[in-house]
Design a protein around this ligand. Structure first.
Ligand SMILES: Cc1cc2nc3c(=O)[nH]c(=O)nc-3n(C[C@H](O)[C@H](O)[C@H](O)COP(=O)(O)OP(=O)(O)OC[C@H]3O[C@@H](n4cnc5c(N)ncnc54)[C@H](O)[C@@H]3O)c2cc1C
Length: 434
């Protein structure tokens, strides 16, 4: 088991502390209680508070402790190619599918206008780039660009020259470019949202893992932590991949997948002007995608899956050091000065969910590795739904019951078994442009 690495991340090192929060003690009563202060819990709470709903938000550790405080900070207003607008319509039907894709397409704009309004630092709306490693990948980019443009979004296909100018990398055939995307300091975003929630009247308790949920005698639900309890009409589990024993049914419906991140040594302004000079984060079309960005303090940050086997933390760290040096040779020798992991919750079809576990008991699952912009927009929609502003029929995702992932014990191994095969396919398929 890899130990917890929250405090070892670059983001923990460079982000000013969040507000002091009490632990849950005694009895609290609210209209709605949310469990888990990641982006989803925080954005849902913020919208609920703006709607005049009384909200308690309970966090096991501190806001941003989960995926929200340790991700790469890419703001990506799209989903993977299998979830293009047309494919989502095929899954959700026309009205809901289009509403969902509009939410995704507008999620970058929503996030950056929110961080600007709240004065959250280290957010850069530089756009997001998906460079194509082969001609076939470029054609796939072209098809996705056309679908997003048909919905009215500013999504562009860049040629080889423009891609090289924006990335400083010669090996790509072109790129999908979404100007409304960009990058944030993920922990600063979580802490900024926490401050905004407190200012809006949300009561937030930290270091208070919820250990039990039971029907309350007079209706609604009662939640228990070691120090206190909360009674509320409705409960929302925004616990993402960390749901664990709190709700076995939800846990069984996702595949928790470890992701590894490194931040290199610092580079000077001259290097930052040569590599990724547009400061748009890059996540290419490879199966094991190459992902990289500049941090606010001049480091390259990125990562991917943990390589399996004994000594995997040290081995994965070396693999990513070598990967950065290979993809960005101008950097010279690469040294990971920070290395950490986080857990992504993956659903089998890659789409977010809203589970209805009982009368007034909800569990949204919205991660799938592209959740920074998505949870921002989805939390807003969820807040409106819980406040009675939208009906279940009009909600952006279908409201369902959790389906267990078949053969989950084997499914959790899938991403690791898949890694060598993917890298092999990537090597075969990669074509250097003529
Ligand atoms: C390493 C990594 C890199 C990523 N990079 C990107 C990226 O660049 N771009 C992108 O779009 N997405 C990225 N993602 C995905 C993105 O970070 C997530 O989709 C998003 O942060 C999920 O937010 P959330 O609020 O749903 O969950 P989380 O942030 O995981 O929050 C869940 C919270 O629930 C709390 N909790 C759990 N159980 C309990 C309990 N019993 N009681 C109280 N609290 C509890 C946890 O402590 C945690 O704080 C990445 C994810 C990882 C792990």
């Amino acid at each position: 088991m890899v130990g917890d690495t929250f405090s070892q991340s670059l983001w923990s090192a460079i982000t000013p502390p969040g507000p002091d929060l009490p632990a849950l003690a005694g009895e609290e009563v609210a209209d709605i209680v949310l469990v888990g202060a990641g982006y989803l819990g925080l954005n849902t709470a913020l919208t609920l508070a703006a709607e005049g709903v009384s909200v308690v938000l309970i966090e096991a550790q501190e806001p941003g402790f989960g995926a929200s405080g340790r991700n790469t900070g890419f703001v990506v207003p799209t989903l993977k190619k299998a979830l293009s607008p047309a494919n989502v319509v095929a899954s959700f039907g026309k009205a809901r599918g289009e509403a969902f894709s509009r939410m995704i397409g507008g999620s970058g704009e929503r996030l950056f206008s929110l961080v600007q309004r709240l004065g959250i630092p280290d957010a850069e709306q530089t756009g997001w780039l998906q460079p194509a490693h082969s001609r076939a990948a470029l054609e796939s980019n072209r098809a996705q660009v056309a679908e997003w443009q048909a919905l009215g979004f500013d999504v562009r296909l860049l040629g080889r020259g423009e891609t090289r100018a924006m990335t400083g990398m010669p090996g790509y055939h072109g790129a999908m470019y979404i100007p409304t995307g960009g990058q944030v300091n993920p922990l600063a975003y979580a802490r900024g949202l926490t401050r905004a929630c407190l200012a809006a009247g949300v009561r937030i308790f930290a270091r208070s893992a919820v250990t039990g949920i039971a029907p309350a005698p007079g209706g609604g639900w009662r939640l228990r932590s070691a120090g206190g309890q909360v009674t509320a009409r409705e409960v929302v589990l925004t616990t993402n991949a960390m749901v664990g024993p709190l709700c076995r049914k939800v846990d069984a419906s996702i595949i928790p997948t470890r992701s590894f991140q490194i931040a290199t040594q610092r580079f000077d302004a001259e290097m930052q002007a040569r590599i990724l000079p547009a400061r748009a984060p890059v996540a290419d079309t490879r199966r094991h995608l190459f992902a990289a960005r500049w941090s606010p303090d001049g480091r390259i940050v990125g990562g991917g899956l943990v390589y399996p086997g004994p000594g995997r933390m040290a081995r994965t760290r070396r693999r990513f050091e070598r990967r950065f040096a290979r993809f960005l040779p101008e950097l010279g020798a690469v040294r990971a000065e920070y290395a950490w992991t986080g857990t992504v919750s993956v659903t089998l079809d890659g789409l977010p969910r809203l589970y209805r576990l009982g009368e007034g008991l909800w569990a949204p699952i919205a991660c799938n590795g592209r959740g920074v912009a998505l949870t921002t927009a989805f939390g807003h929609e969820l807040g409106r739904f819980l406040a009675g502003r939208t009906s279940a029929e009009d909600f952006v995702v279908p409201i369902t019951q959790p389906d267990p992932v078949p053969l989950r014990a084997f499914a959790t191994l899938g991403p690791y078994l898949w890694l060598p095969w993917s890298e092999f396919r990537d090597r075969i398929e990669t074509e250097t442009p003529a």
